[in-house]
Design a protein around this ligand. Structure first.
Ligand code: TXA
Ligand code: MG
Length: 324
């Protein structure tokens, strides 16, 4: 794939918006760092973000909005959320909130959690692109997994050229560090220090922010228990045993199939929705077909192993900093 460099003029923004609406990936400038954007309502596009980054795990992604008015349809809004949004949006603040009932965002955006991270960026090019796209845009920092966040279009191309459709060149980012992430589910918690000082958030809340100390708690998405369905899980199952429902992949058909074509990107897009659907049937045991350890298959297997892990373990959780 050839990665186009688009000027941040009206034609470039319209071209980028058309690509996003078509489910393609476009890196976009924000005031903090460049983001790797995809349509947050399109599970395939969200899965493609993980594939382009080469992430071995599904970390939940930040969903970018053109305006705060879009937030209450996506997340359960609260008084504290409203105060922080009025004070700091658009700007380098991300709010993690409970997902709304009937939230239209792809489950993969939340990595299967019942919360979602929302942010209204301040960069004029990001805002123009979000308005033109007319959809929420999921965007992690636009770097390959394990590399530093990009603050110019050149950084983006150095890391992701050939893996995404385009980069919208808005020049260097002004803030240069990622957004501050505050959890409101519902207790206010600092999940990641960032471009907005903690003190400013505390001044608006009128109370100090709790701060998660231990590795594995700062990014709740990393905790094994958050991924556990109620049902017991058995992995690598080519056929179901008595009392199990079977989640298939490729030729191993199952009761519900992650990807009949055996495509790991399609399987990733379906993973959390299918697990939720099987769990909702109230079945006691889910058997999962073997998934190859290639491409997004590694991230799928990582999540499945966490889901199958003993429920009492607080988590084989990596350092959350590695996911920033
Ligand atoms: O400034 C920024 O925030 C940039 C620009 C592009 O907006 N984005 C960014 O995304 O830094 P990323 O994916 O590199 O970092 C997102 C962080 C991860 O640490 C992830 O675990 C956390 O947000 N996160 C997202 N959704 C979450 C959720 N529902 N619960 C807890 N943490 C969440
Ligand atoms: Mg990052």
């Amino acid at each position: 794939m050839h990665t186009r460099r688009l000027d941040a003029d009206a034609a470039g923004i319209e071209a980028a918006a058309a690509l996003l609406r078509a489910g393609r990936l476009v890196a976009l400038p924000t005031e903090t760092v460049y983001g790797l954007g995809g349509d947050a309502t399109n599970g395939r596009a969200v899965a493609a973000i993980f594939a382009a980054k080469g992430r071995p795990q599904f970390n939940p992604l930040i969903v970018h909005l053109a305006s705060a008015a879009e937030a209450p349809a996506l997340a359960r809004w609260s008084d504290a959320a409203g105060r922080l949004a009025r004070a700091f949006w658009p700007g380098p603040l991300t709010l993690v909130l409970p997902r709304a009932d009937d939230c239209p965002l792809a489950p993969l955006v939340s990595a299967g959690l019942d919360s979602v991270a929302l942010r209204v960026p301040a960069h004029p090019v990001a805002r123009a692109l979000l308005r033109a796209t007319g959809r929420p845009v999921a965007a992690p920092s636009a770097n390959p997994s394990g590399r530093i966040s990009p603050t110019t279009a050149e950084h983006v191309l150095a890391g992701l050229s050939g893996r995404i459709d385009a980069v919208l060149d808005g020049g260097p980012c002004a803030v240069g560090v990622e957004s501050t992430i505050v959890g409101l589910t519902p207790e206010p918690v600092l999940l990641r220090p960032g471009g907005l000082p903690q003190e400013e958030v505390e001044a608006v809340l009128g109370a100090p922010l709790a701060r998660h100390g231990g590795a594995g708690i700062a990014a709740p998405g990393q905790m094994a228990s958050h991924y556990a369905p109620r049902a017991a899980m058995r992995l690598g199952a080519t056929r179901a045993r008595a009392g199990e429902v079977h989640l298939g992949f490729g030729a191993v058909g199952g009761d519900l199939n992650l990807s009949p074509a055996g495509d790991p990107t399609e399987a990733a897009a379906n993973l959390f929705a299918h697990l939720h659907a099987l769990d909702a049937q109230g079945t006691a045991r889910i058997a999962v077909a073997p998934i190859p350890e290639t491409g997004l298959g590694r991230a799928i297997n990582d999540r499945l192993r966490r889901a199958a892990a003993p429920r009492t373990a607080p988590g084989n959780a990596p350092d959350p900093a590695s996911s920033w």
